[in-house]
Design a protein around this ligand. Structure first.
Ligand SMILES: NC(=O)c1ccc[n+]([C@@H]2O[C@H](COP(=O)([O-])OP(=O)(O)OC[C@H]3O[C@@H](n4cnc5c(N)ncnc54)[C@H](OP(=O)(O)O)[C@@H]3O)[C@@H](O)[C@H]2O)c1
Length: 339
């Protein structure tokens, strides 16, 4: 037995059909090893659950290789150092890294980033100050570039990416309209995040409600969901609109993709439409953290976390985010903070 006890790791057992199920995964237990030369042992406190993980458990062609059957699920984690053989890390240091669905990790020092104690909560480095926040920042500054007085629409507006994208568009002086699933999420988007309006994607006449909320049409669309929402927004785009193609979560569980949109309007309206992957520019995460950490600390950049307890519940959490059952940045609490 190790002095650090047992490590639990979530492995992919089979490729899910449709929504992922707990039976598509299995939990493996092993003794926590001591760190070897050049290595750091960490205990995971937080695991981030993100929509992109659905692509990793599928063998559909993608920009990133899938997780192999029998291998550990990939994912971003935040935790603390338990033991280290390198001078850069000491027990008690707080770190983030892409260390997978497991309770303990052995890492090379180069795969961990230290975060300060006494600053924003550790969990925020996976959400508002992490990959999702940097995604919103990159998409909005590189592609959307909203100007004062323009109208920006953001789908999945209460989520990790959408909530930041909308708040950044407000800072740029735009009129910002969210689209979100349900009255509670819409109230939060307006009252807490400060968007000018929010349309429920489940409402009976979404085209009319969106048109009411965007009387001057739509200049920038931050696309997170695809499907019906996309169809409605595309119909209301202004000439020279910019469309930030960030994600289309409504399709991630589909085995067969629906017929594509008719893109003739892109020519007639001279629309700029561009996709991007946040990891193309990894330097933007550090840049974003530096910019946004003071806003998180002074409360001017709002965020909400949806916490599920226990590593064994990570598969259910993944199914939930793909069905819109999360409300805010979805996190699994793998371990409590040490007393
Ligand atoms: N390009 C990149 O580098 C990059 C990086 C990170 C994330 N992304 C993408 O950004 C998007 C948002 O990610 P996130 O991490 O911030 O997740 P999130 O918004 O916190 O959670 C996903 C949300 O998508 C909405 N949704 C789920 N199923 C849907 C459906 N069938 N139809 C319409 N909406 C549905 C739900 O919000 P509502 O119920 O409010 O609609 C759900 O809460 C995803 O598409 C993700 O793939 C892209």
């Amino acid at each position: 037995m190790s002095r650090f006890g047992l490590r639990r790791t979530v492995l992919l057992k089979q490729r899910p059909k449709g929504e992922p199920k707990p039976s598509d995964f299995q939990i493996d237990e092993s003794v926590v090893p001591e760190p070897g030369p050049g290595q750091v042992l960490t205990r995971t406190r937080w695991l981030s659950i993100d929509p992109y993980m659905r692509g990793r458990v599928s063998d559909r062609k993608s920009y990133a290789a899938p997780v192999e059957i029998g291998s550990m699920m990939t994912g971003e984690t935040a935790g603390e150092v338990l033991a280290s053989t390198v001078p850069e890390f000491a027990p008690g240091d707080l770190v983030v890294g892409s260390r997978g669905w497991q309770t303990h990790t052995i890492s090379n020092a180069s795969s961990l980033v230290k975060v300060p104690r006494g600053g924003p909560p550790l969990s925020t480095y996976l959400g508002v100050l992490g990959m999702p926040g940097a995604t919103a920042y990159t998409g909005l500054t590189d592609i959307g570039r909203p100007k004062s007085g323009e109208t920006v629409v953001v789908s999945a507006a209460s989520g990790a990416v959408g909530s930041v994208a909308g708040q950044l568009a407000k800072r740029a002086g735009a009129r910002v309209v969210g689209v979100a699933g349900g009255a509670d999420k819409c109230l939060y988007v307006q009252d807490e995040l400060g968007f000018d309006a929010c349309v429920d994607r489940q409402t009976i006449d979404m085209p009319a409600e969106l048109a009411d909320a965007c009387p001057k049409g739509i200049d920038v669309y931050f696309e997170n969901v695809g499907g019906d929402v996309q169809r409605v927004v595309f119909n209301q785009l202004n000439p020279f609109a910019r469309v930030i193609m960030c994600g289309m979560v409504s399709q991630y569980n589909e085995a067969e993709l629906p017929p594509g949109p008719n893109l003739g309007f892109v020519i007639g309206k001279r629309v700029l439409m561009q996709g991007f992957i946040v990891s193309d520019k990894p330097e933007r995460i550090a840049e974003w953290r530096q910019l946004a950490a003071p806003w998180v600390e002074d409360g001017s950049l709002r965020y909400r976390e949806d916490v599920i307890d226990g590593l064994e519940n990570a598969p259910d959490a993944l199914a939930g985010i793909l069905g819109g059952r999360n409300f805010g940045k979805l996190l699994v609490r793998v371990a409590e903070e040490a007393a």
